[in-house]
Design a protein around this ligand. Sequence first.
Ligand code: 13P
Length: 256
Amino acid sequence: MARTPFIAGNWKMHKTVQEAEDYIQGLLPRVYSADGVDVAICVPFTALQAMVDSTRGSRVEVFAQNMHEADHGAFTGEVAAPMLTEIDVHGVVLGHSERRQYFNETDKALSYKVLAALDAGLKPILCVGETEEERERGDTERKLRHQVQEGLERLSSDQIAAVTVAYEPIWAIGTGKVATPEQAQDAIAFIRALINDKAPDGAPLSRILYGGSVSPDGAPELLALPDVDGALVGGASLEPESFARIVDAAVQVAAA
Ligand code: 13P
């Protein structure tokens, strides 16, 4: 079964509401005719409401970049799934390597977050990936196995199929150092095999993205790989023009 390509832009901690409004006015006309591709922007909490309002009726979905696993409670500074769905946010990025590295996000907490997101009707993107040292030591598959199996641990097969996984090798994030097509394909095929072990019916439907220094020039080759269903784009998603060129690359691949 064909999987719809998915291009998501992760703004990280960039853009005020005013900057976000300027951006979306530039993006919407550029992706208006991107038929056959799902597009999302993952924006800071403060810009969620404005971006939901400004993208209503368009093909662009709006995702948060994190959430807490509990519905409510004494967790100062956190945001819960019902707070996101109340304002019509579509999905949420979970376990980005920056959250794992700087905010001590654990696989165990993520297993609860993924479940809470699905229960609330949010589309989760679960991020996984190895460090440079892990790759050099030959530990890439061990790391991915651990992150994927723990992250999806609490889900039924049907729920697993609804999770998008983003393979983001940490050494490729923000470095300009893109995984080779072979590295990306091998890691993503491995992730698909892991999903297949847990959800044989779901694996062919699960979308797996590549992330890490994706650029408009490099996107066509990555997006054409058999197991790569799209991209999670950081730096190149911050300008409407470069992000739209990556969406275009996905349109071309989908049409080929
Ligand atoms: P860059 O595209 O800037 O390398 O960031 C990738 C990323 O972390 C997306 O979540």
